[in-house]
Design a binder for this molecule. Structure first.
Ligand SMILES: C[S@@+](CC[C@H](N)C(=O)[O-])C[C@H]1O[C@@H](n2cnc3c(N)ncnc32)[C@H](O)[C@@H]1O
Ligand SMILES: Nc1nc2[nH]cc(C(=O)O)c2c(=O)[nH]1
Ligand code: SF4
Ligand SMILES: [Mg+2]
Length: 204
């Protein structure tokens, strides 16, 4: 549909008001907009229901923005992979209403949108675009096994000097990998630990 191509409508999976559970802004109240559609294919993805955009109704961004303003100053756009779509119209509208725009992205598609904060979580199967590395405010690498430490260092070499670096355990592997992550951060202190705190709190 043409309006979806322009980013005037987006396949909306869900919207919810919660606490940012991960990364730099952990603990901050935020309104989450989860946009459907992702073809990156992480086998451990915790929102596989988001992947098929066709199962999520094309929704007018004006109605998304009208909902968002009621809840919080900080809006987190996630998915699915939000950069599948043109994020310019949605983020411009959110900025016009005085809201902070944050994105959770794999960086696998061209960077669109006006962002106050970019969380880049790179994936081996579809590496980030150069412009997303350059613009990232935080790099959040998911650690599933030992190989991911090497991947994390390769990715850290591609982001800016000021980009914050986080290692986040893959949820199902957290018991196995946490001791290794703790050890890694103590020996490589440019990294910090990010946990999916919302899952411990049983909130969305
Ligand atoms: C579901 S993704 C959506 C945004 C975007 N597609 C991405 O991957 O960054 C949101 C965040 O959750 C992380 N994530 C997804 N599944 C996870 C899991 N099983 N354990 C830990 N983090 C996970 C992703 O790496 C990403 O940082
Ligand atoms: N509370 C909470 N924090 C989050 N941070 C990133 C999330 C995401 O799925 O993108 C997420 C999420 O799904 N819930
Ligand atoms: S890129 Fe994000 S939404 Fe897509 S499969 Fe991976 S974790 Fe899931
Ligand atoms: Mg999540």
């Amino acid at each position: 549909m043409e309006l979806v191509e322009k980013g005037e409508m987006l396949p909306l999976m869900e919207e919810f008001y919660t606490i940012q559970g991960e990364g730099h802004h952990t603990g901050t109240a935020a309104y989450f907009i989860r946009v459907g559609g992702c073809d990156v294919g992480c086998h451990w993805c915790d929102v596989k229901e988001s992947w098929n955009a066709e199962t999520h109704p094309p929704t007018e961004i004006t109605s998304i923005v009208d909902n968002a303003v009621k809840y919080a100053n900080t809006i987190v756009i996630t998915g699915g992979e939000p950069l599948t779509w043109n994020m310019d119209p949605l983020t411009q509208r959110l900025k016009e209403r005085g809201l902070k725009t944050h994105i959770e992205t794999s960086g696998a598609y061209p960077l669109t949108g006006v962002w106050d904060w970019i969380c880049l979580s790179p994936k081996k199967m579809k590496l980030p675009k150069e412009e997303v590395y350059n613009a990232a405010d935080e790099l959040k690498v998911i650690v599933y096994n030992q190989h991911d430490f090497k991947f994390a260092e390769e990715q850290a070499a591609k982001v800016s000097e000021s980009c914050e670096l986080y290692l986040q355990p893959e949820w199902s592997r957290r018991e196995k990998m946490m001791p290794e992550i703790v050890d890694y951060v103590m020996t490589h202190p440019k990294w910090k630990i990010s946990l999916q705190t919302h899952k411990y709190l049983n909130i969305p």
